[in-house]
Design a protein around this ligand. Structure first.
Ligand SMILES: [Zn+2]
Ligand SMILES: [Zn+2]
Length: 385
């Protein structure tokens, strides 16, 4: 598309703004709901060169009042696809990649490591803690937001050692609870009350912080609370809880692999040292047999998209009775012919691989990074899932 004039002419007048740097930057947006829509719109208009959008959900009518990129015709479509369509119209020069998956299956640790900033617009506590943990593993700066009825909070973690959202929870709360994150006084299992007002204010702050992170000039504060009722927007001091587990970086070198996430399990095992035991970050379902009729099921009877959830009871495709599907994180438990992405392994994932040294029989852990996928199909853009 030919453009008359420079769409970024005003940006270039802003002190400390670097349009060329933005054009070569990548931001990962986890959660393409209300906040994710607004943040994606802002970052695309600002001229961030590459956006990776990650969300497993489809568009519902209740999204439309708070999501600038979604239209009534999009109901039932994946949120990431609908948002990418709108972004292509708003900012055609921005490369948008879509991952219709949960975080661990959608964006590999290698991709997170290479991104300039990660933005989280998640409303479930467990998903937010997972994002903190994964960002900590590779040390990527994380900007996280949440809305209240007339305000909200943003949090920035530049370094895995800094206090995080998890530090402000009790150990019990940090457990596998999946309550919405913000206020205990709000009905714990219901949707959050929020409108485009709080969404756009919080997303504006998230974008400001993310751009300053990309420019190498992050703000001093690590948390900001915005209260539209009192008119106060103020930094909040956070304290590190030594027992909070969401600060652990990958230790040791990361070895590059020759195969990508489209490879089969067998091809991965061939690319690893003999006897290596590669592990996934989220369990996948393992092939087995129906105890009632003996039908073999191949392990995809309950999909990988909802990793981290309790295994849902599955039904046998032949006899219709409930079968127990075993779940595993050992890739050697999978059918060697299965493709890694079908087991929920993300593009450019960094896999934990146990190897046993012959000398003392002790297991040793190594990190192995899947290769960058080569574009398949006719279009170089869009999903790599
Ligand atoms: Zn913490
Ligand atoms: Zn059966």
């Amino acid at each position: 598309m030919t453009l008359v004039g420079d769409r970024y002419a005003r940006h270039r007048l802003i002190p400390d703004w670097d349009q060329d740097l933005l054009a070569t930057s990548t931001a990962v947006i986890v959660g393409v709901g209300a906040l994710g829509n607004e943040v994606a719109k802002n970052l695309a208009l600002a001229g961030v060169g590459r956006l990776i959008l990650c969300d497993p959900d489809t568009v519902a009518a209740s999204n439309l009042s708070r999501a600038v990129l979604l239209e009534p015709e999009d109901i039932g479509r994946p949120k990431v696809t609908a948002a990418a369509t709108a972004l292509a119209r708003l900012a055609p020069d921005v490369a948008v990649e879509t991952r219709q998956a949960d975080l661990a299956a959608g964006v590999g640790l290698g991709e997170l490591a290479d991104a300039g900033v990660v933005l989280g617009g998640l409303d479930a506590r467990r998903a937010r803690l997972r994002l903190l943990g994964r960002a900590a593993l590779v040390g990527t700066p994380l900007v996280d937001g949440g809305t209240f009825a007339w305000g909200g909070e943003i949090r920035l973690r530049m370094d895995p050692g800094e206090p995080c959202y998890g530090c402000s929870l009790t150990p019990h709360e940090r457990g596998e609870s999946d309550l919405p994150w913000s206020c205990a006084e709000i009905r714990a299992d219901g949707p959050q009350p929020a409108s485009i007002v709080a969404t756009s204010i919080v997303a504006g702050w998230m974008t400001l912080v993310a751009l300053r992170v990309l420019f190498g000039n992050p703000p001093e504060y690590r948390m900001l609370r915005i209260d539209g009722g009192t008119g106060q927007t103020a930094p909040v001091t956070l304290t590190r809880d030594g027992h909070c587990p969401h600060h652990r970086p990958l230790d040791g070198p990361v070895h590059p692999l020759s195969v990508d996430h489209h490879a089969t399990v067998g091809e991965l095992l061939e690319a690893l040292p003999p006897g290596a035991e590669p592990l996934t970050w989220a369990p996948f379902s393992v092939p087995g047999q129906c105890h009632h009729c003996g039908r073999h099921h191949d392990g995809d009877d309950n999909g990988h998209g909802q990793q981290g959830q309790q295994a849902q009871p599955s039904r046998c495709r032949d006899c219709g009775r409930t079968i127990r599907v075993r779940r595993s994180e050992r890739l050697r438990d999978a059918d060697p012919g299965r493709r890694l992405h079908d087991l929920g392994v993300a593009p450019e994932e960094i896999l934990s691989v146990a190897t046993t040294t012959q000398a003392d029989g002790q297991a040793e852990f190594q990190w192995h990074r899947l290769a960058t996928p080569t574009p398949t199909g006719t279009s170089g853009s869009g999903s790599t899932m």
